[in-house]
Design a protein around this ligand. Structure first.
Ligand code: A3P
Length: 299
């Protein structure tokens, strides 16, 4: 673990195979590219801040909640579901993962996913979140994650997000959600989900959402189990849970912002000015004119 005195400094973006990247996430590219997937590996892919941690926790509970409860209380989620770009590539932690399946998370755009995942026909779960809330959440994440590029102030961040090309770590939200969506149309091992569907407050919807997920994974779970998982993964419970709320990581400054920050649909309304909202909507229409993706901005 990084000591406080060795706090990292902010990194600089550079172009990496057409995607804005930082050194920390690409330093071990050789290893990432040559990653040997196993057929039962499950890849959780997202644009940053779309609900990666949430769905990682759900999957971990679905697979291991019953069989190894001690896993839930002793191993932080970021070790249970390691991050391809850093944890796996720098520590060989995937090799040490003895569980089956191995749950692995990534923020890579679809074209950079290591080829072994395709060759092994691994299941993949993609989570997308509406661009407005995603932008707000990413802004706060960049503020509090000490090695991320400096986000600057809100209005400059907003501009860079809208420009889409090469301005934010892992690239354009628009390219990310659309290229995964496009891939999904021809590849039946991708389950494409929406943050806004996960947050449905009505229990019945949440249970249905879990049912669909289980169906894709080929898992059977009782209604009782699904109810229990639904409770465990509620925002307030996750926020309190030190094994999933990232409070054990030193590279984030929780005085700046929390990892489990708001957990809402519609917090963008507290950040966007009226003018920004108009500019966004206009720009969005252009950028998404060829896309069949539909997002909700409130639930
Ligand atoms: P906010 O910053 O809007 O609060 P990721 O895990 O991809 O980094 O995404 C983090 C975002 O998901 C944060 O959004 C976080 O609060 C939200 N989140 C995590 N767990 C959640 C839950 N159980 N319910 C609702 N939102 C959740």
């Amino acid at each position: 673990n990084m000591m406080k005195k060795d706090l990292p400094s902010r990194e600089v973006l550079f172009d990496f195979h057409g995607v804005p990247m930082i050194h920390s996430f690409s330093a071990n590219w050789e290893k990432i590219q040559n990653f040997q997937a196993r057929p039962d590996d499950i890849l959780i892919a997202t644009y940053p801040k779309a609900g990666t941690t949430w769905v990682s926790y759900i999957l971990d509970l679905l697979y291991f909640g019953k069989t190894s409860p001690e896993r839930q209380t002793s191993i932080p989620l970021y070790e249970r579901v390691p991050f391809l770009e850093i944890t796996i590539s720098s520590t060989d932690s995937a090799e040490r993962l003895t569980t089956s399946p191995r749950l692995i998370k990534t923020h890579l755009p679809v074209q950079l996913v290591p080829k072994s995942f395709w060759e092994q026909n691994c299941k993949m779960i993609y989570v997308a979140r509406n661009a407005k809330d995603n932008m707000v959440s990413y802004f706060h994440m960049d503020r509090m994650t000490l090695f991320h590029p400096d986000p600057g102030d809100w209005s400059s961040y907003f501009k860079r997000f809208l420009e889409g090309n090469s301005m934010l770590l892992f690239g354009s939200w628009y390219d990310h959600v659309n290229s995964w969506w496009k891939k999904k149309q021809t590849h039946d091992k991708i389950h494409y989900m929406f943050y806004e569907d996960m947050i449905e407050v009505k229990l019945i919807y949440h249970i249905l959402f879990l049912e669909k997920l289980c169906c894709f994974l080929g898992l059977s779970s009782s209604l009782e189990e699904r109810k229990q998982i639904t409770g465990g993964v509620q925002f307030d419970n996750m926020k309190k849970n030190n094994m999933v709320n990232y409070s054990t990581l030193q590279v984030m400054d929780f005085k700046v912002s929390q990892f489990m920050r708001k957990g809402k649909v519609g917090d963008w309304k507290n950040h966007f000015t009226v003018a920004q909202n108009e500019e966004f909507d206009e720009n969005y229409k252009q950028k998404m004119k060829n896309s069949t993706l539909q997002f909700r901005y409130e639930v």
